[in-house]
Design a protein around this ligand. Structure first.
Ligand code: 5GP
Length: 126
């Protein structure tokens, strides 16, 4: 079910539980600011999620509350993962859902990183 409205951070959302190690994940990267792991239901040959360690729901929430170091660290992690997965040369797509209209299901900020084949049109249902 998509997130309805972006209210208080839910400390028991799936990604919070993955961060705490309560739910296993196939991690491909981690540092002080972010972790990256394979999506459980991949929609491309490579489908990795990058999430900040801090409790943020959306980009607006993150950029309003996080420190400069957390913000820089998170986006550096996205770039690092893209390079580490050798996606710079063939290309890839990042996507981040925010709120009900986007279909965001997990209310912890995350960037999807898709790659491994030509990805087609940016939006399917225009
Ligand atoms: P959203 O729709 O919120 O942008 O994306 C949430 C993503 O999290 C989906 O692509 C979904 O497959 C993935 N996901 C949901 N639960 C789990 C889980 O327990 N483990 C992993 N690795 N991914 C999950």
């Amino acid at each position: 079910m998509p997130v309805k409205g972006l209210g208080e951070y839910d400390t028991n959302n799936i990604f919070a539980r993955i961060l705490r190690g309560e739910i296993p994940s196939k991690r491909v990267y981690e540092d002080d600011f972010a972790i990256a792991f394979h999506d459980i239901a991949p929609q491309a040959p490579i489908h990795v999620l990058v999430i900040p360690r801090g409790p943020y729901i959306s980009i607006a929430d993150f950029t309003a509350k996080a420190s400069d170091a957390e913000i820089a660290g998170f986006f550096r992690a996205v770039g690092h993962v893209a390079k580490a997965l050798e996606l710079e040369a063939p290309g890839y797509r990042i996507l981040s859902n925010m709120g009900e209209h986007s279909g965001q299901e997990v209310p912890h900020l995350h960037v999807h990183l898709f790659g491994g084949k030509p990805l087609g049109a940016m939006l399917v249902n225009r």
